[in-house]
Write a protein that binds this ligand. Sequence first.
Ligand code: NOJ
Ligand code: MG
Length: 541
Amino acid sequence: MSADINSQLEPTGPGSPRARARRPEPWWSDAVFYQVYPRSFADSDGDGVGDLGGLATRLDHLAYLGVDGIWINPVTVSPMADHGYDVADPRDIDPLFGGMAAFEQLLAAAHQRGIKVTIDVVPNHTSSQHPWFQAALVARPGSEERDRYFFRDGRGPDGALPPNNWESVFGGPAWTRVVEPDGNPGQWYLHLFDAEQPDLNWDNPDVFDDFEKTLRFWLERGVDGFRIDVAHGMAKPPGLPDAADEAKILRHTDDDPRFNRPQVHEIHRDIRAVIDDYPGAVTVGEVWVNDNARWAEYVRPDELHLGFNFRLTRTEFDAAAIHDAVQNSLDAAALEDATPTWTLANHDVGREVTRYGGGAVGLRRARAMAMVMLALPGAVFVYNGQELGLPDVDLPDEVLQDPTWERSGHTERGRDGCRVPMPWSGDAPPFGFSTCADTWLPMPPEWAELTVEQQRAEPNSMLVFFREALHLRSSRSEFDGTQIEWLSAPGDALMFRRGGGLACVLNAGTNPIALPPGQLLMASAALVDGQLPPASAAWLV
Ligand code: NOJ
Ligand code: MG
């Protein structure tokens, strides 16, 4: 292997000189990605909204934790109707986040520390403020401008009914009627998400051409890869047929005509051909597909490198259910010999501390599940604040910002509760997140206990625990191997061994259990008479 190729493959992250140097796998194959929700990470300019300058000043935290890379949610130019997932210019950084200069500084600073930088791209839709959509609004029905989106005549005598029965993922119809340049009500346009997020028509060649420009723009500037938003969404079925079933807000099934159409794979192949010009760059797709065979199609060798598998975010703290979710995710990736991915929380699905029951119990379970996740082979995604054990926050109605709240007619509160800014230091909001007390979402006073500052000083804290787990994972050869072997365990526990020799035990039951033979490397809670207590996990070698 030439020195050149070696330098592309070797991790530069603070983790891991270990086994990876011996193995030819790409850097991301066992990377820990840290997801930064930029509005909520750190604010450098005192406007109460996190930004890239803030992130750059907090890179020490990521180096302290020992992550290999970051994934930053969208920071491109946006009116922020869906906090950046409504992109008005995909090749520039929004001033709210500090503009292009802040991005370039961040990228250099992260790379200097050996932290890879991946960014969100949003191919399924644009902002309604995107110049293409603005041009489509003033163009005629049937024009080239309208063909980049889905403009259709309405149904009913006056075209006053939407073209089909599709619903927006955020609630309400997936169609909005426009006023034509002559002042009359006219065609409708499709938006699977907010009305400010019109869907692009990927059958129009301009759409891929422009997306390719965007990919190359960021890759040329040195980004290490992309998280691809709604990666199972871009292709729409010919004729846009009605859906058979009523859709649930923020969820859909595999049969839903809005998503997971076979033609989407052609798009992924075209994307991959571009990415392959930049060795080492990674793509991870948001793939909400449940069926393993259909999910695996996205990670074929000429499509995405990685696909999010969300099973664990939908799994209770129950040994049998966790076993099945893990095995299913491994099986799905194995169908294409792809790398599995593990996620317990993100900015859409909520935080696991709350999902596991909240309070001390939820935190204890979250600690245990962190050890399960970090013991598994593949790439891991940690959502900012997960390392602090943050819970979801019950926010008052009047501060809610997720478009879901309005679009659902105030029946679904949406995702703001898991997007509250990070508490860094001090004993009162805004906890060093900002100099402005009026943070974009209010921070709970009780987070005084959960600040980074507090937790760094507390040897038993979630943060110190996370750091230790990440360091063990990246430095010990016992974590080698791409397979796991399930070992027999009591009914409410699970136990598996990695190829490198690590044994991971999870006690999801209510009684302490005996540990298998071996040296204890780490436990999520103190052992009781040499046994693993309920709601905890251990690593042995
Ligand atoms: C998935 C993103 O993760 C979510 O936050 C966003 O609202 C939708 N895609 C629409 O872009
Ligand atoms: Mg700011």
